[in-house]
Design a protein around this ligand. Structure first.
Ligand code: APR
Length: 322
């Protein structure tokens, strides 16, 4: 098997952790691209100098020129500004749209066969913009949001129930904004519904509902909670881990079912938009979108979330980005 080439566009907080995780797992050779001179070269040098200690042997290169990403198999994009306290992801739209347009042109010209994972916010709009500008086929361009949002939701459930997070399965669908949709009814601990466990814990249905609502709300606002504490940026360790899980699924053709910001062709009643849905990830990118039955309340929440994504895409159109 030939060695994979992974291009990371954006060498900031997430880009740095991505580089380290890829190195430690020897997933492929890395080119870390950023517009800031010398910084990606400094980060890759720093990480490479830990190779003897961590026993990894891959090539790490920092770059300020797109020609360095030539022939990349996989591209992960984190270029763009992060939030400041008090900002929503949507407040980043115009600033990051400018950046994403340039990134899409650079990737299209130099790595036309790559599979592309986008992490920059506002996520659903940035994925849409990249796909439209690059013209890459939709199953090869998708976004990371749901893997992290679901991990946040699972973490809160594990803490509440006092069980290992390894046994919690919970998914968050919809757009990656304040209207995201944590799927309560499907959340389980090794098959046991979380709601049933909460009802037994409190011996009170109303209290169980209240506790779940608080976890759902915390999940929706989890990014903002971290921003508020960090004060100088947004979450970066967990978004990097989430992106690596997706990258691994693709590079190792694992066919993992994950929540992915994927292009919909009528699935979930949505046509022509990127939204977070369960999907199978493998060497072809998004190989299948997996539908599931939503009850009335879940469908309503999904509709609200999809409408929020549509609003952002309409803004991109109004501003002539797409
Ligand atoms: N091309 C490439 N990189 C760029 C460009 C560009 N045109 N413009 C800015 N960058 C780089 C910045 O120089 C910076 O190093 O993008 C990097 C972003 O890094 P951080 O500011 O540290 O942000 P980070 O925490 O990594 O988050 C990146 O992911 O989760 C989202 O909301 C978050 O949009 C943000 C993105």
């Amino acid at each position: 098997m030939s060695r994979k080439k992974i291009a990371l566009i954006g060498g900031g907080q997430i880009g740095g952790v991505l580089t380290q995780l890829i190195a430690q797992r020897e997933l492929g050779d890395v080119v870390l691209f950023d517009v800031v001179e010398d910084m990606p070269q400094g980060k890759t040098l720093d990480i490479a100098e830990a190779s003897r200690i961590d026993s990894f042997d891959i090539n790490l290169k920092g770059a300020n020129s797109y020609s360095e990403i030539a022939g990349a198999d996989l591209v992960i994009i984190t270029a763009g500004l992060p939030r400041k306290p008090g900002m929503s992801r949507d407040d980043l739209l115009t600033t990051n749209a400018e950046i994403m347009k340039k990134v899409a042109e650079g990737v299209k010209a130099n790595a036309p066969d790559a599979i592309v994972i986008i992490v920059s916010n506002p996520l659903d709009a940035m994925v849409t913009l990249f796909q439209k500008v690059s013209g890459f086929s939709a199953e090869k361009v998708f976004g990371q949001a749901g893997v992290l949002d679901s991990s946040r939701f699972s973490t809160f459930i594990a803490w509440e129930l006092g069980v290992s997070v390894k046994d919690v399965n919970a998914m968050v669908l919809g757009g990656h904004g304040d209207t995201m949709v944590p799927l309560v009814r499907y959340a389980n601990v090794n098959g046991i519904p979380v709601m049933e466990m909460l009802e037994r814990k409190y011996n009170d249905k109303a209290k169980a509902k209240e506790v779940m609502s608080a976890m759902v709300e915390r999940t929706k606002m989890a990014g903002g909670e971290v921003v508020k504490l960090l004060k100088t940026g947004s979450a970066f360790y967990s978004p990097a881990s989430a992106s690596i899980a997706m990258a691994e699924a693709i590079l190792k053709d694992e066919k993992r079912l994950m929540p992915v910001c994927a292009y919909l062709n009528g699935e979930f009643g949505v046509d022509g938009y990127y939204v977070g849905v369960p999907a199978v990830l493998g060497e072809g990118g998004v190989e299948k979108v997996v539908e599931l039955t939503l009850d009335e309340e879940e469908q309503k929440a999904m509709d609200v979330s999809v409408n929020a994504v549509k609003g952002l895409v309409a803004d991109l159109q109004r501003l002539n980005y797409i």
